[in-house]
Write a protein that binds this ligand. Structure first.
Ligand SMILES: Cc1cc2nc3c(=O)[nH]c(=O)nc-3n(C[C@H](O)[C@H](O)[C@H](O)COP(=O)(O)OP(=O)(O)OC[C@H]3O[C@@H](n4cnc5c(N)ncnc54)[C@H](O)[C@@H]3O)c2cc1C
Length: 425
């Protein structure tokens, strides 16, 4: 019987260390030197690098990579428990080598890269000597990959890439960009002539690829394999976002509960007002529903594969945005006027909820995936009545007792009366 909700003591010890490390080392650095973890400024790096080394020394670096892909092989369940802590602190995912978009790109490289490609890009990505971005979405269409136009043409020993992408997160500061073309996934070094970064949007870049020439060995995976690689990349990314969202909503909940016990109104602390209690009770249940969905999905991935867990991952994807929106709104509301400012994390958290519902594929598309896959397990009913139409079911069931009912009129009469009684409700 393996339905066990406990964490093994050795790993719990690691998690306790992580929680402590985040509070005492990462959060102070984030507050005083925001962005130091990914900065190229040598002085800022000198503050962050020793912390990363401590994480490595504890064997907690880049936990997202499974053993067959060259990682420590802790699995997704342990990663989920780790991310439930890290997601609370801005730079913690970078400090632990588990930050998007690098994680998904590394997964792709680990799964589809040749030994040379891994040595050239995966190793430095893992060591955070370089950073990456992922260029898939195009201005004319994001949800439907059939609308993408960016294309590569083979010219001797090179590929020539032409097209336009946008919302390439961190494209501007990435050393290499994974560019999804209609005929393959390519790794494009940022400095390659023809890579043109537009002025807007600033963080999630609009990039033109103007006849960008890359050597033939910059094709990752098979020719025409971009959609398969993208699925692989995005599946992992979505569940990692969901794990970190659990951390965010728990932070909002902590703030909500502290506030409920601290603030007075109309003669009592607001925790004693029933509508506040309702908000706390609903939030408690919603967070745990999301958390269990995420942990169950992580467990499924560990016990099968990302592909097998596709329906669950999609369900996590649209549930996390909804729970984040509801919980952050309630916490913000309970904080009163202070909640509407940027002096607590709540306003940014609430503003981030729509992003969760759009980035990595809009929720609608994931709901379609879930509905389609779930419906594969069902059949239309035969005849006029639904399977659970009670009178038809009862007629069917009576056949099982036909002999008994025919032989015992008293029992038959009792059965008729009992049914009439049950029908009256
Ligand atoms: C913060 C952020 C970071 C991002 N980072 C990256 C990145 O690093 N790399 C990258 O390539 N992309 C990135 N994206 C882009 C993201 O993947 C796309 O925004 C997403 O796929 C949706 O595409 P779109 O914006 O063109 O929306 P559209 O496809 O135009 O969809 C708009 C709306 O149309 C409706 N809709 C669309 N399709 C359907 C459907 N099938 N059924 C029902 N309704 C539908 C929905 O209401 C949807 O919200 C990022 C986006 C954000 C917001």
């Amino acid at each position: 019987m393996a339905w066990d909700f406990s964490t093994e003591p050795e790993f719990q010890e690691q998690l306790d260390w992580v929680a402590d490390f985040c509070v005492n080392e990462i959060e102070p650095l984030d507050l005083v030197f925001p962005g130091a973890a990914w900065s190229r400024n040598p002085k800022a790096r000198a503050l962050a690098d020793p912390l990363k080394q401590q994480v490595k020394d504890r064997g907690l670096w880049a936990l997202f990579l499974d053993k067959d892909l060259g990682g420590p092989g802790f699995g997704q369940l342990k990663l989920a428990l780790l991310n439930e802590i890290l997601g609370r602190y801005r730079s913690a995912p970078v400090m632990f080598g588990t930050a998007a978009p690098d994680t998904g790109n590394m997964e792709m490289l680990a799964a589809y890269g040749t030994p040379e490609q891994k040595e050239r890009w995966l190793t430095p990505l893992l060591n955070q000597e370089i950073f990456s971005a992922y260029s898939m979405t195009e201005p004319q269409g994001g949800s439907d990959p059939n609308l993408f136009k960016t294309h590569a043409v083979r010219d001797g020993d090179e590929w020539v890439i032409s097209g336009e992408k946008w919302f390439t997160s961190a494209g501007e500061r990435a050393d290499i960009i994974f560019v999804m073309c209609t005929n393959g996934m390519f790794v494009v070094p940022h400095e390659t002539p023809g890579v043109e970064i537009m002025d807007f949007p600033r963080l999630h870049n609009h990039i033109r690829y103007n006849n960008v020439r890359v050597p033939a060995d910059h094709l990752l995976g098979p020719e025409d394999g971009a959609k398969v690689l993208a699925q692989r990349r995005l599946g992992g990314g979505r569940i990692h976002h969901a794990m970190r969202t659990v951390a965010q909503v728990r932070l909002a909940f902590d703030m909500m509960c502290e506030r409920a016990l601290s603030r007075e109104s109309h003669g009592k602390v607001i925790a004693e007002h029933q509508m506040v209690q309702e908000a706390i009770a609903d939030t408690y249940a919603e967070i745990n529903m999301l958390r269990l969905l995420v942990l169950w999905t992580a467990w499924t991935i560990d016990n099968s594969s990302t592909r097998e867990a596709r329906t669950q991952i999609a369900a996590c994807k649209y549930t996390m945005g909804k729970v984040l929106r509801e919980v952050s709104y309630r916490a913000l509301h309970m904080m009163g006027s202070l909640g509407t400012t940027n002096l607590t994390p709540l306003q940014a958290m609430y503003a981030g909820a729509p992003t969760m519902a759009i980035a990595d594929g809009v929720d609608e598309v994931h709901k379609v995936t879930v509905a389609r896959n779930v419906l594969k397990g069902y059949q239309p009913h035969e005849g006029l009545w639904p399977t659970e139409y009670i009178p038809a079911k009862r007629d069917q069931a009576r056949k099982k007792f036909e002999g008994l009912i025919a032989a015992d009129p008293e029992l038959a009469a009792w059965a008729d009366a009992a049914v009439r009684h049950a029908e009256r409700g």
